[in-house]
Write a protein that binds this ligand. Structure first.
Ligand code: UDP
Length: 380
């Protein structure tokens, strides 16, 4: 059934977020919303990430207003978490009656926000739409495919993401390629860090003389043989170069139960998750980054640091093509260690696949103009 969307002159945007990368992505978009006349934003924090160093620190450092709603939902199985979020977000939507719901990325908070809104016929805008790993075993892949399907506007970060959506049959007028909001953030904060000071000094790290690692994906943390391969590869690497590893709480909890924990702690600099500026410093001045994070893969490229991706596939295929990123499926420790050794000192091609650093501006300007837009006639 076709239904026209009409907006009030002043639009209320309700943003649902809950996980670390979403705070970072939303920060630039929220600044743009705050400076656009006629737009207001309500923040709903689901609570998916709740530790101070996984949540609060980003709101403070990135100058974001505090969440208007904190739903305090975390832990449990995927279904239980998503279900509880769905119910709680729906209550907020009924109360706030926003014109648009804005969601980011591919977490349970993304899907719950989008689904609650779509069922209430509130149009959904998905930032970071169209990414695909083509691996349905990943919870993130399920979340992003379903969120795209029920979104009205699909803001894509790359040409590859737009092409994925076109291939899946989405009409061209739903796909708005704006670039990557993480690039906007990196441009803003990347120039603010200097080498050798602060955290680097505390850890005794010198410029281009250490490896930075992050691991948090379920496909690695929940598969002991994969986690073992990563741990062994990082310990072996630490014999030649310092390795620093800010541990995601879930990863720490799993690792602490393993037989390798004490060897790991002895050879690798294990630290708690760090704030955004500390992370930017660690990334920018690293010799190499080894990660299974989506955001960190891109940040490695933004700071021209070679990256070894500890996964079987990546959504950021353009970085592999350009020679900045090497896929190292963590099945055999020796192969991961070799991938790290080979990538050290390498440099990819000069490419610019993530837009011009104005993705947030483009998203907000698009939303601001929706009244006059042909998109307001789209069927939902
Ligand atoms: N990050 C951070 N501190 C850390 C680890 C990561 O600030 O200790 C930032 C990182 O710079 C990037 C984002 O968190 O901007 C990536 O989040 P994460 O790896 O949790 O999720 P993904 O990007 O894989 O969805």
């Amino acid at each position: 059934m076709s239904q026209a969307i009409s907006f009030r002159p002043d639009k209320k945007i309700l943003t649902v977020l809950g996980a670390r990368p979403q705070f970072i992505k939303a920060s630039v978009v929220s600044h743009a919303i705050a400076t656009t006349p006629g737009l207001t934003e309500v923040f709903v924090h689901t609570g998916q990430h709740f530790d101070a160093n996984m949540s609060e620190v980003f709101f403070a450092e990135l100058g974001m207003k505090k969440p208007d709603y904190f739903l305090d939902i975390h832990g449990g199985t995927h279904g239980a978490m998503t279900g509880r979020m769905l119910e709680a977000v729906e209550q907020v939507l009924l109360q706030e009656k926003p014109d648009i719901v804005l969601v980011y990325g591919d977490t349970n908070s993304t899907l719950a926000g989008a689904l609650a809104a779509a069922k209430l016929h509130i149009p959904v805008a998905h930032v970071e739409a169209g990414l695909r790993s083509f691996n349905m075993a990943m919870p993130e892949e399920i979340n992003r495919i379903l969120t795209d399907r029920i979104s009205q506007w699909l803001f894509t970060p790359t040409r590859a993401a737009s092409a994925n959506l076109q291939r899946e049959g989405y009409p061209a007028d739903k796909i708005i390629e704006v670039g990557d909001v993480m690039y906007d953030v990196a441009l803003h904060y990347g120039s603010r860090v200097t080498p050798g000071t602060g955290l680097m000094a505390q850890l005794g790290l010198t410029e281009k003389n250490y490896v930075l690692a992050t691991v948090h994906r379920q496909e690695n943390t929940d598969h002991p043989e994969r986690l073992t391969a990563i741990v062994e590869a990082l310990i072996a690497t630490a014999h030649t170069l310092p390795v620093v590893w800010p541990l995601h709480p879930r990863t720490r909890a799993v690792l602490q139960q393993t037989a390798q924990w004490s060897a790991l702690a002895q050879h690798v600099k294990l630290i708690d998750p760090v704030g955004y500026l500390d992370m930017v410093q660690l990334e920018k001045f690293a010799a190499l980054i080894a990660t299974d994070s989506g955001g960190v893969q891109k940040e490695a490229f933004f700071y021209k640091v070679p990256c070894v991706t500890l996964r079987d596939e990546t959504e950021w295929v353009e970085l592999v093509d350009a020679g900045w990123n090497w896929l190292a499926p963590p099945t055999i420790a020796g192969a991961v260690q070799a991938a790290i050794a080979n990538a050290l000192g390498s440099r990819g091609q000069e490419v610019q696949p993530y837009g011009a650093g104005d993705a947030a501006e483009k998203i907000v300007s698009f939303i601001g103009k929706l009244d006059q837009s042909p998109f307001s006639e789209n069927p939902r």
